[in-house]
Design a protein around this ligand. Structure first.
Ligand code: SF4
Length: 239
């Protein structure tokens, strides 16, 4: 079982983290510690969260702000072990030097299953910041609190922001509302996904073609002729 799964299970079914001091039976008040949270900007979640689910709310926000095309290269579709399929931000594979078994195929795509604890593609490690903070997904706005339609749960009990003092009642209420909205928006997305994935892939292809045409217009005639020759040879070899 991965660390993340273990963490999810520990906190399942409650927004409150249970505590018990050693050798002491907990009293009713001590059984549950109140959930408080303040983001410490430690950014561990951005560095190791794996696939970030994308909702209809996110797509609507990006469309409204005119930035949807910027996200297209990072989107993918992932069917989780529980059978649910989500649109996600695909985590970044570790650089080849970091990998234990470097791939022999430089164009090989790393399967999402191998990236479940990898970095978000939109986190800049050097600058230590989210590159799309104002447009960050709903899932990042409610992390580490989740709502499953019945219960709230803390999905990462090791998040350093949990237990931080200073959360007001209004902030807690807002976080709960955001977690509920995330649950609703995720269901909307799962219904729309079969249609959306086609639109996304055709937009992605259009974007690729545009980039190809731009690149072609910058190439010298000599390079274009060489490229033509390479393609022809490739086709001959395939026949
Ligand atoms: S989108 Fe931004 S806030 Fe969300 S995980 Fe990526 S880097 Fe972090």
């Amino acid at each position: 079982m991965s660390d993340n799964n273990e963490k999810e299970q520990k906190a399942e079914g409650s927004e409150e983290v249970k505590e018990k001091e050693e050798g002491e039976e907990p009293t009713e008040e001590k059984q549950k510690a109140k959930f408080t949270f303040k983001c410490t900007r430690d950014d561990k979640c951005c560095l190791a969260r794996g696939p970030i689910p994308i909702t209809m709310w996110d797509l609507e926000l990006w469309a409204k702000n005119g930035v949807i095309a910027n996200f297209l290269p990072y989107l993918d579709v992932y069917t989780k072990p529980d059978g649910l399929t989500d649109l996600i931000l695909k985590p970044l594979a570790p650089s080849k030097g970091d990998s234990e078994k470097p791939s022999t195929d430089p164009f090989a795509e790393t399967p999402i299953e191998e990236l479940l604890e990898e970095k978000c593609p939109l986190y800049n490690k050097e600058q230590k910041k989210c590159l799309v903070y104002d447009n960050r997904p709903l899932s990042c706005r409610t992390y580490p609190l989740e709502y499953d339609g019945t219960h709230f749960s803390v999905v990462d009990v090791d998040c350093p922001g949990i237990g931080e003092e200073g959360m007001t009642k209004e902030e807690l209420k807002e976080m709960r509302e955001t977690a509920k909205m995330m649950n609703y928006e995720l269901s909307r997305m799962r219904i729309a996904l079969p249609v959306l994935s086609q639109i996304i892939s055709s937009n992605f292809m259009k974007q690729l073609m545009k980039q190809q045409m731009e690149a072609m217009s910058k190439m010298s005639d000599e390079d274009k002729a060489k490229l033509d020759e390479i393609f022809k040879k490739g086709q001959e070899n395939e026949q």
